[in-house]
Design a protein around this ligand. Structure first.
Ligand code: AMP
Length: 637
């Protein structure tokens, strides 16, 4: 079998790793660098784009032809990224629901194509190291990536000439790198991953070499980049008050300040105070400034603090207290910042963190009441790539005793009667998995059924994300008769395959949910928060829709019965029924247009009234049906 490499395709930096003679290693490029800035520069329309460090340097001089942080745009549409700042250079605009594209040198590039350039460079580095072609890879993604983002990542791999054997969640890869599979005892581990552009917090349970993700939480738009932006805003203001140039009007100056901001941030992880200099911003103006760690912390505290709520929410999703965790591990360059470590120690009530020399030593597990251990023994920048390499080796058959289990970050379901979401796979279910349910029609002689696949936590379909829709045809029949089985299968890459089968004919359709085409807001976190915020009104909406559906059924059957028995129902009784029908329909007409709900008590009362009044009608109908049946069999004349 050919070699499989592991790739950490990061927002800021990307790495390639592989298991070589049984040992996972990060592969360095010809210059000896183990990490490639995820930056792509297009010199002109003919030549190959420049990737990595040289592109990063060119970003300062030619920002309009240089793309960075492309990961933030993977699998996204314009209306989803309106609030994204930063690498919007060259971004095409005015295409509201269209996929994001970059226009550079009169050519148009998708985020997949740009990511593929980074992957090609990494692939070449590995080929030079192993002196053999590399064609297979495992690529990591943030745990919060949805189907469209995972698929875009896979596509980028394919465009780079790689067969993507598996897409793995970054925190899961990190835990593998920490060698947590070697634990004898059952352990619960929190993986805190703060990189350049994304934040992930996952809680894993590891037992007998099996990794299970108990909960994941995070923010796809929170990372070191946000700190850099905050610092550069601060610097720009300083420059202005000191009589310097308008930095924002000059992209080259702007990029220089941004780089200086990041450099200052990194230096302040090891130094208490630094002298920050930006020489010759104009021919007469240079910036000289003392900048201290505590100033940096004051400036960026609220950004780092935002990670705390995600940690607490994950604990609550996993139904754990921090004391029940055994270990907390740190991933992502930004976790080198001392303030981040302090926040993590505080949030998870960690014991003094223990730096382990000479490789990994985890046991013995601390006593529960002592709180988890903060383990910082691995290089936070490389843990994900190394974990991806270990996963690649498992797939290649090198390591046999590991199994990976991940969870779904959001519930998956389909739209049913009345525009409600019917959940087939609840949030935080362990994948891979399959789940199914049978559905029927609401209208007589319906020739087909629309399968509208949804992702989200809200009761109403319209408030969730639409992953896609397709129809399945069947022989028309009275309502309630056709049966359509719908099965959801999530594979080990987290990609959803939907199967719909007409149970009568056995005909079926399978659709891979390739992209979240109609997703209007891909911020998973916001979705979860909104579902909590709107929990009461959502429940009221579901109750109203369900009560209304039942009432509509009664109205339809009453009308049918009245029509059928019109010769036997006397005028007075008929008028009574018509009045009760009108009363019930009046409650519908009072429905509030914006909330699409109405007075549930009134509806139930009017429905009860109609039920009561139609009892004699129902009996009459029953008698007639019986009589007709007996007649058909020749038992009465
Ligand atoms: P990653 O996505 O894991 O490559 O993380 C990159 C982010 O980590 C960038 O925002 C870097 O500025 C930041 N970073 C790297 N090293 C350090 C450091 N020593 N201190 C603070 N932040 C760092």
């Amino acid at each position: 079998m050919s070699r499989i490499v592991g790739i950490d395709l990061g927002t800021t930096n990307s790495l390639i790793a592989a298991v070589d003679s049984g040992i996972p290693i990060v592969i360095a490029d010809k210059q000896g660098k183990r990490s490639t800035p995820s930056v792509v520069h297009f010199q002109n329309s003919e030549n190959q784009p420049i990737v990595g460090d040289p592109a990063r340097r060119l970003r300062v001089l030619k920002p309009a032809e240089t793309v960075s942080s492309v990961k933030r745009y993977m699998g996204r549409r314009y209306n989803e990224i309106a609030n994204l700042e930063g690498a919007a250079i060259g971004l095409l605009s005015n295409k509201n629901a269209g996929p994001v594209e970059f226009a550079i040198h009169n050519r148009v590039f998708t985020p997949e194509q740009i990511s593929a350039e980074i992957l090609k460079k990494l692939k070449q580095d590995a080929e030079a190291y192993f002196e053999e072609p590399i064609e297979r890879a495992v690529i990591t993604v943030p745990a919060y990536f949805n189907d469209a983002q995972r698929n875009a990542t896979k596509k980028a791999g394919e465009l780079a000439g790689l067969t993507v054997e598996r897409i793995v969640n970054e925190p899961t890869a990190a835990a593998l790198a920490y060698g947590l599979d070697k634990l004898d005892e059952k352990a619960k581990v929190a993986v805190y991953d703060l990189g350049g552009g994304t934040f992930d917090l996952s809680i894993l349970e590891i037992s007998g070499g099996v990794f299970q993700v108990l909960a994941t939480n995070g923010d796809t738009q929170l990372g070191g980049d946000d700190l850099d932006k905050r610092i550069s805003d601060f610097l720009i203001e300083k420059i202005q008050t000191m009589g310097g140039p308008e930095v924002r009007d000059d992209p080259v100056l702007f990029a220089r300040v941004r780089e200086a901001a990041e450099e200052a941030k990194i230096r302040l992880s090891t130094e208490d105070s630094i002298e920050l200099t930006l020489p010759f911003l104009t021919s007469t103006f240079s910036l000289h400034l003392s900048f201290s760690r505590s100033e940096l912390e004051d400036l960026t505290r609220d950004i780092i603090e935002r990670t705390r709520q995600h940690c607490l929410r994950s604990l609550s999703d996993a139904k754990l207290s921090s004391k029940e965790l055994d270990l907390v591990i740190l991933v992502g360059g930004q976790t080198r910042m001392p303030f981040v470590r302090k926040l993590v120690t505080e949030t998870f009530e960690c014991r003094e963190f223990e730096s382990v020399s000479g490789g990994l030593r985890i046991g013995p597990m601390p006593h529960l009441s002592e709180g988890p251990l903060l383990n910082t023994s691995q290089n936070p920048d490389e843990a994900i790539a190394l974990g991806a390499a270990i996963q690649a080796e498992i797939l290649a058959g090198g390591y046999r005793n590991l199994l990976l289990l991940d969870v779904t970050p959001l519930s998956l379901g389909i739209e049913t009667f009345g525009g409600l979401m019917n959940v087939l796979i609840p949030r935080n279910s362990t994948i891979p998995l399959k789940a199914g349910e049978a559905f029927t029609t609401a209208v007589d002689n319906q020739p087909s059924m629309l399968i509208h696949v949804l992702q989200g936590e809200r009761e109403r379909a319209a408030n969730n994300w639409s992953l896609g829709r397709f129809t399945i045809d069947f022989e028309p029949a009275p309502r309630g008769v056709p049966r359509v089985g719908v099965q959801f299968e999530i594979d080990s890459n987290g990609i959803l395959h939907v199967l719909a089968r007409d149970i009568k004919s056995g005909q079926q359709k399978t659709v891979e949910m390739r992209s979240a085409v109609d997703v209007t807001d891909s911020d998973v976190q916001r979705m979860v928060e909104e579902s909590v915020e709107h929990a009461f009104e959502d429940l009221a909406a579901r109750r109203w829709v369900e009560a209304k559906l039942r009432a509509e059924e009664t109205i339809a059957s009453t009308r049918k019965a009245l029509e059928r028995l019109k010769d036997q129902v006397d005028q007075g009784y008929g008028a009574q029924i018509t009045h009760a029908l009108a009363e019930l329909e009046r409650v519908f007409s009072e429905e509030d247009e914006t909330s699409e709900t109405g007075d549930l008590l009134k509806l139930k009362a009017a429905h009860g009234e109609l039920d009561e009044i139609t009892k004699p009608l129902a009996e009459l109908l029953m008698d007639q049906v019986m009589e007709e049946a007996l007649k058909r069999r020749g038992l009465v004349h």
